[in-house]
Write a protein that binds this ligand. Structure first.
Ligand code: MTE
Length: 401
């Protein structure tokens, strides 16, 4: 395959054919890794072949800042590291297709079936993108920042855009990263340089970054227009392909993630050995919010939503906030989140259930709510790309004996 140069972990589950490489870890393995995901098990979403970059050429990797700026800049990665203060921040990335498998079970969408492990967290080291944009001096009327990668695809290079005012907002934390958990980026994750856009769908975090273009309007890149959208639910796979008007409507483009959660233990269709076993079972999983919003409650129901119990939530991210207040440096980057009010990471929830209650029903369902009271819906919103799927997460268990 074109990616022969990329070493990969055998535990990863392939979601598409041999090429391109799209994988998630088994959900239990992902959860067991804890707050930070090792690059070995970090989910991968590639639209095409991974650009090959030899270690010796990394310092000379060139990228540009152009478009509506007074001072266009071409810079190497070496210059970026030498001339700008480095920061390190924990950020969770989530693919917009996370949990798409459930959509495909209801009605086939135009996307492959992610389970609930299209989400991973790392400590990213790099530079706030706002610093580079400031250095290039945006012109009056500039409103968007387009980004383009080095992966050449059937419809051009991968590219997308975000709003300029988000890039300039420290609470949105948009950065360029060259390290992940203290090591150089792996080839699958954008080696040697990528954007990281916290709180938004992973599709905005352009890998193998080559070009930053400041513009008046959103990106006209094919992948910005025909990917990462939630179209109205009546648009069918057959109809949608023929009607560009649905795709060019920027209102349907997805940016902030939706509120979401999933159960890692028990696994779906797990057979629980409850007879003569312990009297309680510790159910547990993850949750995340969009746009930097904190998850403020996670609830579990055993009776399909008639009654709910509150789970405990652990926000590991807060420990990093405390260290940031003490001006700590990690992997050469200042831990730089003490002054941000946003939550950029997933949290973990758990709840101790009585085995007797578990016998009432075979379903354990979970839902999360964020600080703006955005709560996961009971019902699915099906759409043609199968993205942003976030109804109550259900696992069905059976009892042994
Ligand atoms: N950037 C480039 N250049 N090419 C891509 O195919 N995929 C995007 C984004 N950035 C992509 C890209 C999508 S859809 C996602 S979800 C994230 O990268 C995945 O990042 P990861 O593979 O490091 O987890």
């Amino acid at each position: 395959t074109p990616d022969n140069h990329v070493p990969r972990d055998a535990r990863l589950i392939r979601l598409t054919g041999v090429h391109p490489f799209n994988v998630e870890a088994p959900l239990s393995a992902l959860y067991d890794e804890g707050f930070l995901t090792s690059p070995d098990l970090f989910y991968v979403r590639n639209h095409g072949a991974v650009p090959q970059v030899d270690d010796s050429t990394i310092p000379d990797w060139e990228f540009s800042i152009e478009g509506m700026v007074k001072t266009p800049i071409t810079m190497t990665l070496k210059d970026l590291i030498a001339n700008f203060e480095q920061i390190t921040v924990p950020i969770t990335l989530v693919c917009a297709g996370n949990r798409r498998k459930e959509q495909n079970q209801v009605r086939k969408s135009k996307g492959f079936s992610w389970g609930a492990a299209g989400v991973s967290t790392a400590l990213w080291t790099g530079v706030p993108l706002s610093e580079l944009i400031l250095a290039a001096q945006p012109m009056r009327g500039a409103r968007y920042v387009c980004m383009e990668g080095a992966d050449k695809l059937p419809n051009g290079y991968y590219g997308t855009s975000v709003k300029l005012n988000w890039v300039m907002d420290p609470n949105r934390g948009i950065m360029l990263a060259h390290k992940m958990n203290g090591e150089l980026l792996r080839p699958d994750h954008g080696k040697p340089l990528r954007a990281v856009v916290p709180g938004q769908i992973g599709g905005r975090s352009v890998k193998w970054l080559k070009k930053i273009i400041v513009t008046a309007g959103p990106s006209d890149n094919w992948y910005h227009i025909y990917d990462n959208r939630v179209l109205p639910t009546m648009v069918s796979p057959e109809q949608s392909a023929n009607e560009p008007k649905w795709w060019t409507d920027e209102r349907y483009a997805i940016y902030d993630l939706s509120t979401n959660s999933a159960t890692a233990y028990p696994a779906h269709e797990e057979q629980l050995c409850l007879v003569n076993g312990p009297e309680t079972y510790r159910a547990r999983g993850y949750a995340y919010g969009g746009g930097g919003r904190r998850i403020t409650r996670v609830e579990v129901t055993l009776d399909k939503g008639k009654s709910w119990a509150l789970a405990d939530i652990k926000y590991h991210e807060d420990a990093y906030r405390d260290h940031a207040d003490e001006n700590e440096v990690l992997f050469g980057g200042k831990l730089d989140m003490g002054w941000r009010e946003s939550c950029f990471c997933w949290c973990f929830w758990e709840i101790v259930l009585n085995v007797e209650d578990l016998s009432i029903s075979g379903d354990i369902m979970v839902r999360a709510m964020d600080e703006s009271m955005n709560v996961q819906p009971r019902d699915m919103y099906w759409s043609v790309l199968g993205m942003m799927n976030n109804p109550w997460y259900r696992v069905t268990i059976s009892r042994e004996g």
